[in-house]
Ligand binder design. Structure first.
Ligand SMILES: *Cc1c(COP(=O)(O)O)cnc(C)c1O
Length: 544
């Protein structure tokens, strides 16, 4: 029996204890661990409470900027975490939370993550990672193989070579995209005669040496905002990321891409990279990668494919061809923490040419010595955890055919949901799913008919009100906490390219059933009736 009131003390003994002795099985932490390992979904379902707390209220629980002078017992602290943090978290793995690209995790991930954290290897150098370094190199090899399908001899020659790397493992798609464009920049503005290269002499000297007025990155208007961050930190400038128009299927218009390449060549602005998107974040569509590869070849520029979200589709023999032409890319970004069901913090960039990373090679005396197999000599990040182990294990435990089933069921579920929306007279499908992502909105039949017979000006007014209604429904649904869809604003060709607010769903969670999808439409229909202004206003207009 513990005393009712006790306070923790910061003593040598208590510090020694937290480094050596596990919490008892019947302690708060012990019970949490048991509950989580027996049934993670149940644990999350029990402890995340769906209350309508405003973020400003939650901030009150995290308001004190003092570092504690008084230590807490682990159990007391765990109770605090359950009450203030876990309870007010988002149930990302819930089968009815279909708004984001992060979904459920397989149950084996939890104990494996614990092992990974416990080992606490640092992948920056072999000295602190040993077997983790060859493991990560093998994962990069497998992912390279997924994209480029080279012969076995290729992988035997390059996978473990000290001077080469088939890619870089990093924290996510953003760092992967930055790394790809960093390589592209340094290869383009490489050392030449007396010029020491952009990496040493900087962008100003590089442009002068090569006689370019500027650099540009070309990507469709659906490109991810991480490309602008990349251009910013690489010194190229955000405005040098040039958005190319998309067609009615949200794919880059290759005519316009070519025209832009021509125009820039005349202005003496060098295209640093053409970026294809394989699964846009907002609509899930895939650019015509084969055509883009040919254009990049013609204009002699780096071709990068941002397949952060959609890259995992390559694991499906049935749908792999949706990304045809990806093998023409010089570099490819894939996030394992999206459709590969690995926890956050696992992104990759793969390079076609094993020599590419030489362009960003860095060495230091005490680590990353020349000729060492240290992964840190080719990565943007320094100290890095052994996340590659979770990708490695998932690839072994789930295997390619298992992933194929997950990918296929997501795509087919999105097709089912699109049918459901099309059949429901009060919903309007905005973008058809190509992968497992689609957008739609609530628009009563009468309003849809009115839209169809209205001129552009009236359409714009109606779309504005429909947008407010969509926002109202989405917020209420999120606050109610039973289910979640996200929302975004996209240009829609059928409304003259006007930006409209839509619901967005990503159907990656294998536990999302058809019944859940039906319920979501039902819930949205109900919530729409609670909007005091927007729905009556729209119905009134439709009657007139
Ligand atoms: C998610 C995503 C990114 C960014 O990846 P993070 O892992 O969030 O850094 C980049 N591009 C696309 C297409 C994405 O979907």
């Amino acid at each position: 029996m513990r005393a009712a009131k006790r306070t923790a003390q910061a003593t040598q003994e208590s510090l020694h204890r937290i480094f050596t002795i596990a919490e008892a099985p019947d302690s708060t932490l012990g019970r949490i661990e048991q509950e989580m390992s027996q049934n993670l979904a149940g644990f999350l379902g029990n402890h995340i409470v769906a209350t309508k707390n405003a973020l400003s209220d939650i901030e009150q629980d995290f308001i004190n900027a003092q570092i504690p002078e008084q230590p807490e017992f682990v159990s007391d602290h765990m109770q605090h975490l359950l009450d203030k943090l876990v309870a007010q978290s988002v149930h990302t793995s819930s089968a009815s939370f279909i708004g984001h690209m992060t979904s459920a995790l397989p149950s084996f991930i939890l104990p494996l993550s614990k092992l990974m954290i416990g080992l606490n290897q640092n992948l920056v150098k072999v000295e602190t990672s040993k077997a983790f370094t060859p493991l990560e190199r093998q994962v990069l090899g497998m992912m390279h193989n997924l994209v480029y399908q080279q012969q076995d001899e290729f992988y035997q020659a390059w996978m473990h070579s000290a001077q080469h790397s088939l890619g870089a493992f990093c924290s996510g798609g953003t760092v992967a995209n930055i790394t790809a464009l960093w390589v592209a920049r340094n290869k383009l503005l490489r050392p030449d005669g007396d010029f020491k290269g952009v990496a040493r002499s900087g962008l100003y000297a590089a442009l002068q040496h090569y006689g370019y007025k500027g650099l540009a990155i070309l990507v469709s208007e659906r490109g991810h905002y991480s490309l602008k961050k990349s251009a910013d930190i690489l010194g190229i400038g955000q405005d040098s990321v040039i958005a190319i128009a998309t067609d009615e299927n949200n794919k880059i218009d290759c005519q316009q891409l070519k025209a832009k390449c021509e125009q820039l060549a005349k202005e003496n602005i060098k295209v640093l990279a053409i970026v294809g998107v394989a699964g846009t974040t907002e609509t899930g569509n895939i650019d015509p990668l084969d055509k883009m590869a040919a254009i990049a070849e013609q204009y002699q520029c780096h071709f990068h494919v941002d397949a952060a979200w959609g890259g995992a589709t390559l694991l499906s023999n049935k749908y792999r061809s949706l990304l045809k032409g990806i093998e023409g890319a010089d570099s490819v970004t894939i996030d394992a923490h999206k459709q590969m069901y690995v926890p956050m913090g696992a992104g990759l960039v793969i390079f076609k040419d094993p020599e590419s990373v030489a362009a960003i090679e860095h060495h230091a005396e005490y680590i990353l010595r020349k000729g060492s197999k240290d992964l840190g000599s080719h990565t943007l990040e320094g100290s890095r955890p052994g996340m590659a182990m979770l990708v490695y294990s998932s690839l072994h435990i789930i295997s390619r055919p298992g992933y194929e089933m997950l990918i296929n069921q997501g795509i087919e579920k999105a097709q089912y949901f699109a049918d459901l929306i099309n059949q429901h007279e009060d919903f309007e499908l905005i973008t058809k799913p190509e992968l497992c992502l689609l957008t739609y909105r609530y628009a009563p039949k009468a309003v849809q008919e009115l839209l169809a017979r209205s001129d552009e000006k009236t359409q714009a007014e109606l779309n504005l009100t429909l947008g407010k209604l969509t926002k109202f429904i989405q917020k209420r649904q999120r606050e109610d906490g039973r289910s979640f869809v996200s929302r975004t604003r996209i240009e829609v060709a059928r409304y003259g390219g006007e930006k409209i607010i839509v619901f967005r769903v990503v159907l990656a969670n294998p536990l999302t059933s058809q019944a859940i999808l039906q319920d979501i439409l039902h819930e949205q229909t109900q919530l729409a009736q609670e909007s005091e202004n927007f729905l009556p206003q729209l119905l009134e207009a439709a009657k007139a």
